[in-house]
Structures are given as C-alpha cells and as structure tokens.
Design a protein around this ligand. Structure first.
Ligand code: GDP
Length: 214
C-alpha cells in the first residue's frame, strides 16, 4: 500500500532553508571537526563557481564571502541546513598566478582532497563554452590517480550558442575519454536559468542519505 502511495507522490523540489558560514581555513588540519558530510566545489578561476554556489543555495551573495580579500586562497566552509557542508575551494589557473601561488594552491587543495575524512564528493566545474583546458585535464586526472570521488559540472550552459549545442559537451567528453574509460556523473548547469539545481541537490541528498544508512 505504502509503495503505491509513494509512487503517486511525485518528487519535491529540493529546498534549502538555512546556510551558515562556518569559516575559512588555510589547511585541512585547521578545519574544525563535525559530523557533516562535505561536498567540495572547485574549478578554474572564472568558471562560474561563485555563481553556481549562489544559485544552488538560493543566496545572492553567499560565495562573496569566499571572494573577500584574504579568503580567495582559503578553504571556505558553509553548513547547509545543518545537514551537509558546502566547501568552496580556491580556483586554479589565474592568468596572473605566480609559481609560488600555484604551489601553495596545489598543496592546500590536494592536501584537503586527500586528507579530509568528511569529503564525500568533489564537484569539478568545467566551462561548457570552451574546449577542455590543460589545467582542467591535469586536475581531473590527478583526482583519478588519487581516487578522489568527483562529478563534473558543465557550467554556463545557457551561454552555449544554439548551433554549438550538439557538439560542445561531446567534444569536452571526447577529450576526457582519451584518458578515462568511463566518466563520473555529469551535470549541466546555468546560474542564469537554474538548470541543474535540482539534479545536483538531489544527488547530494541521495549520497548523504546512503552514507547515513551505512
Ligand atoms: P568564479 O571565479 O569561478 O567564482 O566565477 P563567477 O561566478 O564569478 O563567474 C565568472 C563570470 O561568469 C561572471 O561574469 C559571471 O556573471 C559569469 N557566469 C557565471 N555563471 C554563469 C552562467 O551560468 N551563465 C552565464 N551566462 N554567465 C555566468
């Protein structure tokens, strides 16, 4: 009986009621421990990470916190509905990034990805409007070699020209498939149209509840 009722219930749109800034940390060892699963967002600078985070959480300027001077190179944590942690990682590939900055990014982000016990999944953002960049590929392949679980989010999907829609994502996928036998979960997102919001949030909810049942 219940199964029949459940079938007819449909699916709620995911809602977020509360987002609280936890803090900004220079290294994984400084992050205060809590039981919440962590979901990290990372990508090349300008990929649309702040816009995506604001869109997902329905907060106009949440990710602005992470853009304040001194915090762009930090690991920024937010508690979502007291259920999971959104981890805003610093972006890579700034045009003006010095070698020293690149090294410190590598150290901080890679140590976090390898060292956080709470990390469930990384959402790696890729701009759907341009070909796959070398630094995206290097980072993704590094996650693969180190068995860091990740999903791909193709950002700014609204901006892909109509004529290019059939070929743009397949061409990025082809570049990845030169190195990968099978791709991880993929999402297409737009901060403008909110495409991808429900799929990403439902995916996080599913993973978190599967984790709790373990
Ligand atoms: P971040 O550096 O990765 O945090 O990127 P931002 O969120 O600051 O976005 C970089 C630029 O891309 C800004 O000019 C945004 O307005 C634009 N942008 C971000 N997301 C989208 C999107 O989904 N669609 C469109 N059309 N523009 C976007």
């Amino acid at each position: 009986m219940h199964a029949k009722i459940a079938k007819n219930l449909g699916i709620f749109k995911p809602m977020i009621n509360d987002v609280a800034y936890i803090g900004s940390y220079p290294s994984v060892t400084k992050i205060p421990s809590n039981a919440m699963p962590q979901y990290a967002f990372v990508g090349r600078s300008n990929v649309g990470k702040s816009s995506l985070i604001n869109m997902l959480t329905d907060r106009k300027a949440l990710a602005r916190v992470s853009k304040q001077p001194g915090k762009t190179q930090m690991i920024n944590l937010f508690a979502v509905d007291n259920a999971w942690c959104l981890v805003d990682l610093p972006g890579y590939g700034y045009a003006k990034q010095s070698k020293k900055m690149r090294n410190s990014w590598n150290k901080m982000v890679r140590n976090y990805l390898l060292g956080s016990n709470q990390l469930q999944l990384v959402f790696c953002l890729i701009d759907s409007n341009i070909p796959l960049q070398t630094n995206d590929l290097e980072f993704i392949n590094w996650m693969g070699s180190n068995q860091v679980p990740f999903a791909i989010v193709y950002t700014k999907i609204d901006r892909v020209r109509k004529s290019k829609r059939p070929s743009q994502i397949p061409s990025i996928r082809r570049s990845l498939l030169e190195y990968w036998e099978k791709l991880p979960p993929e999402f297409q997102a737009s901060a403008i149209t909110k495409q991808g919001r429900d799929a990403i949030l439902n995916y996080i909810a599913d993973l978190s509840s599967a984790q709790m049942k373990k």
